[in-house]
Write a protein that binds this ligand. Structure first.
Ligand code: SF4
Ligand code: SF4
Ligand code: SF4
Length: 295
């Protein structure tokens, strides 16, 4: 069932309203008071912005694929200040957290300014998806293509600004996006215990952003996953590689480094790329915190 379906089904399923007697002034005042109490003050929410540069909108679709979970987030935790597709406001505003989808064409001065303004106005900047994190498929563009002659190289956003958190994947899973949003809320507004859990959850993703990660390549898969004994032979890296630099042989990825264009798609898709023992030890508590928040 789609997002709109769930909204419309609710209103379509409602019983026809019976005519009601006009409320007495005292009843009406009491009702207003109750309604006021039920509405969660916006000040309790974190503010969120969404900057969309050169991305395919697949990351936006992944966010929307949270369906009812997205409505809960928007209802209880997140005040969406600007977003080209899901909110009316399109001008970058001062916010707690900004998600950025896509990489940045260095010839597109507006996009370069937009990304710098996003950094200036956000407490936390999150690179959402492989394009924002590593360049991904936009690494193919080396400029001067016939259909876009004005476009030159596309850069992952951390070549232009400091990025705090990576959400890998092309597109990232809806659950991962949702979890990061909940954890960002708990980090900024939660109790000490919740802040500690959120820090644990976000640390591997923050480490990805703070590492030497302006690009990621086949060597990263080799050193960070295979050589650490973390590879489980799922083949996601091989399936994601646009140049066939990775092939699966006997259940293990084999790398042809000369064919690698350093797009980072393999690293972004590897489910073991941000593995953390500390996180697995706290898995139950983290899962409970997320589920409780979404109820
Ligand atoms: Fe599209 Fe994938 Fe880039 Fe997201 S990461 S904008 S889904 S190509
Ligand atoms: Fe991209 Fe393939 Fe190189 Fe990985 S091995 S960075 S997917 S070209
Ligand atoms: Fe191994 Fe990661 Fe590649 Fe899966 S995506 S085969 S875990 S290196």
């Amino acid at each position: 069932m789609g997002l709109l379906d769930s909204v419309f089904k609710k209103s379509a399923g409602e019983a026809p309203q019976k005519p009601v007697a006009a409320a007495k002034p005292a009843d009406a005042a009491q009702k207003m008071e109750t309604t006021k109490k039920e509405v969660k003050p916006v000040a309790d929410k974190i503010t969120l912005g969404y900057t969309h540069v050169s991305g395919c909108t697949g990351c936006t679709v992944a966010l929307a694929d949270n369906y009812a979970g997205l409505l809960t987030l928007l209802d209880k935790y997140v005040d969406l200040k600007y977003m080209p597709t899901l909110a009316d406001a399109r001008h970058i505003q001062k916010v707690d957290v900004s998600f950025v989808e896509g990489s940045v064409c260095i010839n597109d001065k507006l996009a370069v300014e937009e990304i710098k303004e996003t950094r200036e106005k956000s407490t936390i900047v999150v690179a959402l998806g492989a394009c924002a994190c590593y360049g991904n498929i936009t690494r193919f563009c080396r400029g001067g293509q016939q259909n876009q002659p004005g476009h030159e190289a596309f850069l992952p956003i951390n070549e232009l600004i400091k990025v705090d958190v990576f959400i890998p994947g092309c597109a990232p899973t809806p659950q991962l996006i949702r979890n990061v949003a909940v954890m960002a809320y708990l980090l900024l507004k939660g109790t000490k215990e919740q802040k500690d859990l959120a820090t644990k959850y976000l640390t591997p993703l923050m480490n990805m952003a703070s590492g030497c990660s302006n690009h990621a390549c086949a060597c990263d898969i080799l050193t960070q996953v295979i050589n650490q004994g973390l590879c489980m032979g799922c083949g996601s890296c091989s399936a994601a590689c646009p140049t066939r630099a990775i092939t699966m042989e006997y259940g293990k990825p084999q790398l042809e480094r000369d064919m690698c264009i350093k797009c980072g798609a393999c690293v972004s898709q590897c489910p073991r790329g941000f593995f953390s023992h500390e996180l697995t030890e706290s898995y139950e508590a983290i899962n409970e915190a997320i589920m409780a928040a979404l109820q």
